[in-house]
Design a protein around this ligand. Structure first.
Ligand code: FAD
Length: 494
């Protein structure tokens, strides 16, 4: 009989595994892939490493609660250098460039130079970014475990920020962008964080950048996931790779174990799913424990929006380090990406990390949003799907060559990931790379991972902490173990 069986060795599953082991549980993790990390991954093609995840990772700066979580679970330690780009992102249009400087003072000056007419709004925004920079996201325990004293401490800590939360929680990124008169600023902000998101997302991101947090852990996403898995195994967690779970076994209203795709059954005192939310509820539990709220969340894609993306990678034998590392740039001629004409593309290179390509060579990534249904239909026909990926790679490569002519004739490796890649490798619902988009007024923004009518079972990970991302995944994993500890009468250990 196993003690805790965790489904999924993504960031959430590994976080849960480490905390569970530290808290004295015997832990087994079942992962369908041959590698840890789930969506926090990357892959090698020839001389190039294609990183499929991290753009920025909150909690890289020592001193915050989230940073401590990354240390607790072996994701970060003193040996891992953090790269902080001075400019987070550039948006170019009509010969003008908006630069999102990490430092809010430089950002303010730059925005004022670009658009004096927006001076009032720019001062207000940058003042608020500086205020958000002081925020240390509360990650220690789930809300339902807060005592009255914790509430008072929180009110004391966040009291000054409350009016700002109120102000930015009630509007979207689009609403915020529209307060600026200059179209370069308006469009730039919407490309920084997708428009439907609550405006607080932009403030907390820019605040975290100003605080010199949200950097890039050198080595990238897969290296981070592998560190977490190695640490978990060192503590005694057993990670079973290539072990897809087919069903969660239930007897008399309690989860009692798992059945693997091989047919093998595993008995377990607790089952924790850190796999995709929809897959857990509808496939592993046959839709038996879906309440009205979850039914709505996974079917009403207007209210509960999900983002998916395609990534086109180029490995080029050219040095792009003098170019902006992330630029959003309009195209002379739109390209067709799946069912959408794309008028702008985001080009990113990783020259700041030698693990991505040797000196003199560069890894380039173009991230294109949306079109799950189109890719899903194409995926029914393997030949058509392959052709669509090749066509996309061709068009993107041609577009990048127009913008960076120095790469022409130097492309050595090309690879394309679509939303279906995330379905195939992670069982990701509609290819989503985060969970539900947090929009103004959206409730709830987290779930407690318990299902009505099912004991001894918890869900963790990004599908319990919206909008997900690496912090949401880690918090979801940590909170699930705190809940299990409470139920089992064990002390949660960090
Ligand atoms: C292109 C891209 C860019 C991103 N950029 C950022 C960023 O810059 N910053 C940031 O914070 N976040 C970013 N994210 C989001 C972040 O990667 C995810 O939110 C996070 O990794 C989710 O972790 P998770 O463990 O909750 O889920 P997952 O990563 O989905 O892990 C679930 C695991 O469960 C396994 N699994 C599923 N079903 C089964 C089964 N039946 N049996 C066994 N195993 C199963 C999967 O293989 C997987 O390993 C990005 C994601 C993508 C794809």
């Amino acid at each position: 009989m196993k003690e805790i069986s965790i489904i999924g060795a993504g960031v959430a599953g590994l976080t849960a595994a480490v905390y569970a082991r530290k808290s004295g549980f015997d832990v087994d993790v079942y992962e369908m892939h041959t590698l840890p990390g789930g969506e926090c991954t990357g892959w090698q093609r020839g001389d190039y490493h294609f990183d499929g995840c991290i753009h920025w990772m909150m909690g890289t700066k020592p001193g915050s609660g989230l940073h401590q979580v990354w240390r607790d679970v072996g994701a970060l330690d003193d040996s891992i250098a953090i790269h902080l780009n001075e400019i987070f992102f550039e948006y170019q249009k009509d010969g003008r460039t908006l630069k999102i400087y990490r430092d809010a003072d430089r950002l303010e000056k730059h925005l004022l130079d670009l658009s004096p007419i927006d001076a009032h709004k720019i001062h207000e925004l940058c003042k608020d970014i500086r205020a958000f920079a002081k925020m240390d996201m509360p990650v220690s325990k789930p809300m339902e475990m807060y005592t009255a004293l914790d509430g008072i401490k929180m009110a004391f800590k966040f009291g000054k920020l409350m009016p700002l939360f109120k102000k930015y929680n009630s509007i979207s990124v689009i609403d915020l962008a529209e307060q600026f008169q200059d179209p370069l600023l308006r469009e730039g902000f919407i490309n920084l964080i997708p428009g439907p998101y609550v405006a607080t997302s932009i403030l907390s991101t820019l605040g975290s950048l100003h605080n010199n947090d949200s950097g890039w852990p050198m080595g990238g996403s897969l290296a981070l996931s592998k560190r977490m898995a190695a640490y978990a195994e060192k503590l005694g967690v057993r990670i079973h790779y290539h072990a897809p779970v087919e069903k969660i076994l239930v007897e008399n209203g309690s989860a009692v174990g798992l059945r693997l795709k091989t047919g093998e059954e595993v008995c377990s005192e607790y089952v924790l799913s850190a796999a995709d939310g929809h897959h857990t509820l509808y496939d592993l539990l046959d839709g038996q424990y879906v309440d009205d709220l979850q039914q709505k969340m996974y079917s009403d894609h207007e209210t509960y929006q999900l983002d998916c993306c395609s990534l086109v990678f180029l490995g080029v034998n050219a040095d792009l380090s003098a170019r902006a590392h992330t630029v959003y740039i309009p195209l002379d001629e739109p390209i067709m990406v799946a069912d959408k004409a794309q008028e702008c593309i985001m080009i990113k290179h990783f020259c700041y990390d030698p693990a991505m390509a040797k000196a003199g060579k560069s890894t380039v990534c173009v991230m294109l949003m949306g079109s799950y249904d189109w890719w899903q239909e194409k995926h029914q026909d393997k030949v058509a799907y392959k052709q669509a990926k090749q066509q996309l790679a061709k068009e993107v490569q041609a577009a990048v060559e127009k913008i960076y002519p120095e790469i022409t004739g130097t492309v050595e490796e090309v690879d394309v990931a679509t939303p279906m890649t995330y379905v195939r490798y992670c069982n990701a619902f509609r290819g989503a790379y985060m969970s539900f988009v947090t929009q103004p007024g959206m409730q709830p923004t987290s779930l407690n991972g318990k299902l009505e009518g099912l004991q001894k079972f918890y869900m963790g990970g990004m599908w319990t902490q919206f909008p997900g991302g690496l912090p949401g995944a880690a918090m979801g994993g940590r909170y699930a173990i705190q809940r299990i500890c409470k139920e089992a009468g064990k002390k949660f250990q960090e």
